[in-house]
Ligand binder design. Structure first.
Ligand code: GDP
Ligand code: MG
Length: 767
């Protein structure tokens, strides 16, 4: 089977083409650097099957970044039958820079002019035939997104002659040097002598490892660094001979639509406030139980009647009939946001299933322990976690839209200016944003960072970008606070917690980059893709992937964990079964009570009394998978609620039930408890991530850095949690002022040592 490699600049549509060719569902983002590793698949649409390899996006074939090395080595060593060079036709000149380098290799090349749909929409024209003539290789116009021209591309690709001699655009100025170097490599018998010769002139590290080559270079070169000359020659050639194939429509000479949007969205002052507002809207639409604050900001202001007020439901038994139950999905005194509506809908469904199963077991005469294990343990735990799937998907739908339209890339660009001051480049921002999805691909993506210290710092703070699995913790605890104390809005709390994670990351990076991980921040170049409407299919694929992953985890790891949690909370040290009432004598409870004091400075330790151990246990089970935190809570809260006999309603109410029980039991004040709960979220968000993420971090970090990283996570979460609790419970008015003073002082100090110039940040223009 023939093998073709897809090569092209970041964001030119390689993965989209790869998916279109192979039917794969690799992640597509309007976002450079998504594909770090190569990926393979088979194209079956033509007369013969063809193996397709998706290489990482690159701007050149120099060995500066890991992507460049991967792509270069693949083409040179694995000798594919041909290269499909994808060129973003909306960005022709920049993309052809790589093409001129690929042409220097002795490999058949075919150019796929991608995004022709965009070009046509803009009213521009490209003379593909002229380009084909000028380059000397086939050129096919395609649209990977619309799946146009794909078959023609592949038909021409497989019918290319098997051999091709490399050609170069570097004539004139460098002719003599090139000839000498070329002669050397030809004599050595290497494949692609021309390519190696050019790289040698560029003082390419990999070429200089060859001693003979080094001597040949000494003979050939005029003793100057020719890298810049080579680059210059390429650009000159492109603008003189190739750029003319593109004819811009006369009307569009002014500003494109994207430029106009960018004037607002990347505005030097407004960009970040706008971003925060957009983010808040996203959270509001996902988590708010009071959509657009229709029912006022506080309960006192509320004027919309609840279902009880309307006589449609009663306090004790809930909805009167099925119709009202359905109405309650959308409205109960307040209008719910789409995310909450979906959650209510799923939970209604799950509740009926779990009630049905438990009733069936009871009627069938099952033992008490068995009903408990199935109802409270397995179903309680798994359904509690599954119940968050709708909100997670809603949130990720919004994130995917922001990513796919090209907005996230702008944010990376805007933040680069500020990140730089903290010792990170905009490049590091991309893996961080991916961290909101899952830490694992995010940590792998840090391979795009060339600087090892920058990379270490980034891997360490990625878990602070709260991942999908931590979302249930945020939502459930925030929901618990709202339900038990009636303060705040769940969306505001969630939004602030996400920001807290980001701020923690920034502070930690700032500290690390000024102490243990000092170093230069490499420059960050990025193509800003044109805005476009997100592809529906893409979005759905992405969400489907998430759903599969989440559901699979619920029925494997979380399933197993809930059984273990339930068992150990109902087993005595003598291996006897304990009913719910005696749970506090169980193995799990005594272990929990033993470690409970550790969390006292964070507010969820000894002060929570005899039921507080549940918090300690939940935090520990989170180390296996973060969803476990909520599964554990639900399982244990259901059991405790069963005998203390208070507020154990369904859904996220379970936690508020537990909160009420603990409040009644210990007399803890409201402000103390709220501070403790927020500290609990913060602790879980910044502590050691799940097993799988730890394994990834271990693999991605330089040798010997992992143990320290674990300590770093533990320390950060403990400090952040303790700070929040102390501030919240005791001295918050004083503490807020103290924080502001500390922040200002830090800025002043940093400014004086020339690291931070806030005025300059805002004055800097767009580049
Ligand atoms: P990669 O970084 O080269 O793998 O690029 P991706 O495949 O991730 O695509 C980058 C962005 O360009 C995505 O938002 C795609 O939807 C978009 N894109 C890819 N091909 C086309 C195309 O033919 N036309 C248009 N309009 N957009 C495209
Ligand atoms: Mg890609």
């Amino acid at each position: 089977m023939k093998t073709f490699a897809l090569a092209g600049n970041p964001n030119c549509g390689k993965t989209t083409l790869f998916n279109a060719l192979t039917g794969a569902t690799a992640h597509v983002g309007n976002w450079p650097g998504v594909t770090v590793d190569k990926r393979e698949g088979v194209y079956k649409g033509g007369s013969e099957n063809v193996n397709i390899v998706d290489l990482p996006g690159i701007y050149s074939l120099s060995p500066y970044t890991p992507e460049e090395v991967i792509s270069r080595n693949f083409i040179l060593d694995e000798k594919p039958e041909g290269i499909i060079n994808i060129v973003d036709a909306t960005n022709l000149e920049r993309n052809l820079y790589l093409t001129t380098q690929l042409l220097e290799m002795d490999v058949p090349v075919i150019v796929a002019l991608n995004m022709m749909d965009e070009v046509e929409k803009a009213g521009d024209k490209i003379d593909a035939q002229a380009l084909e003539q000028a380059l000397g290789v086939p050129v096919v116009e395609i649209s990977a997104l619309k799946k146009n021209g794909i078959k023609q591309l592949m038909d021409r690709a497989v019918s290319m002659p098997a051999e091709r001699k490399g050609t170069t655009v570097l004539k004139g100025a460098l002719e003599r040097e090139l000839e000498t170097a070329c002669a050397f490599y030809t004599a050595e018998g290497v494949k692609s002598p021309l390519f190696h010769a050019v790289k040698l002139l560029e003082n390419d590290e990999l070429e200089l490892e060859n001693k003979g080559a080094k001597e040949a270079l000494a003979k050939a070169s005029r003793g100057e660094d020719l890298e810049a000359v080579v680059a210059d020659e390429r650009y000159k050639y492109i603008s003189a001979n190739l750029a003319s194939v593109k004819v811009k429509s006369v009307a569009k000479e002014k500003l494109t639509k994207s430029d106009k949007i960018d004037r607002v969205l990347t505005h030097r002052v407004w960009a970040i406030p706008i971003f925060l507002v957009v983010l808040f809207l996203v959270f509001h639409l996902t988590f708010s139980e009071n959509l657009f604050f229709l029912n006022g900001f506080t309960e006192e202001m509320g004027w919309l009647p609840s279902l009880v007020d309307l006589g449609l439901a009663t306090e004790e038994d809930g909805a009167n009939n099925f119709g009202v139950e359905i109405l309650a999905i959308f409205y109960d005194g307040t209008v719910y946001s789409p995310g909450v509506i979906l959650t209510n809908f799923l939970n209604l469904f799950l509740d009926h299933i779990s009630d049905g199963i438990v009733t069936l077991m009871e009627n069938g005469g099952a033992a008490e322990w068995a009903t408990g294990l199935v109802g409270d343990g397995i179903l309680g735990g798994i359904f509690a976690v599954l119940g968050f799937l709708p909100q997670m998907l809603t949130l990720f739908l919004f994130f995917s839209i922001m990513e796919d339209t090209g907005y996230m890339a702008r944010i990376a660009f805007v933040l680069d200016r500020i990140f730089r001051r903290f010792g990170l480049s905009g490049r590091a921002f991309m893996p961080m944003i991916m961290g909101f999805g899952c830490s694992i691909p995010a940590m792998i993506n840090t391979r795009t960072l060339a600087d090892e210290k920058e990379r270490t710092a980034t891997v360490r703070v990625i878990p602070f970008f709260s991942c999908g699995a931590k979302l249930p913790i945020l939502t459930a605890v925030a929901g618990g606070i709202v339900a038990a104390f009636g303060i705040g809005n769940a969306d505001v709390i969630t939004f602030c917690m996400y920001l807290l994670g980001v701020c923690t990351a920034i502070v930690c990076v700032l500290l690390m980059r000024n102490t243990t991980l000092k170093g230069e921040t490499p420059p960050f170049i990025m193509e800003l893709p044109a805005y476009h409407l997100p592809g529906f299919g893409n979005l759905m694929l992405h969400l489907w992937d998430k759903t599969k992953h989440f559901v699979k985890k619920a029925f494997t790891i979380i399933f197993a964990s809930t059984i273990i949690i339930w068992l150990f909370s109902h087993l005595s040290w003598r291996w006897g079964y304990l009913p719910d009432e005696q749970m506090n004598e169980s193995i799990l409870a005594s272990l929990g009570m033993f470690i409970q004091p550790i969390f006292t400075p964070l507010g969820f330790g000894s002060q929570l009394g005899r039921f507080g151990w549940v918090f300690a246990v939940a935090a520990i089970t989170g180390l296996i998978a973060k969803e476990n935190v909520i599964a554990t809570f639900t399982t244990l809260a259901l059991c405790i609620g069963a005998y203390v006999g208070e507020g154990t309603e369904e859904g996220i109410e379970e936690l508020s039930g537990l909160i009420n029980i603990i409040t009644a039991d210990t007399g803890i004040t409201r402000s103390d408890f709220v501070a403790a709960l927020i500290a609990f979220i913060a602790f879980n968000m910044t502590t050691i991530p799940c097993f799988a993420a730890c394994a990834t971090a271990k693999a991605e970090l330089p040798k010997g850095k992992f143990n320290r990283t674990v300590l770093f996570w533990l320390a950060t979460s403990y400090i952040v949690g303790a700070m929040i609790y102390t501030i919240g419970a005791f001295i918050w008015p004083v503490a807020i002022w103290a924080l502001i003073i500390v922040a200002v002082a830090t800025l002043v100090v940093l400014r004086n040592i020339g690291k931070f110039d806030i005025v300059k940040i805002f004055r800097r223009s767009k580049n």
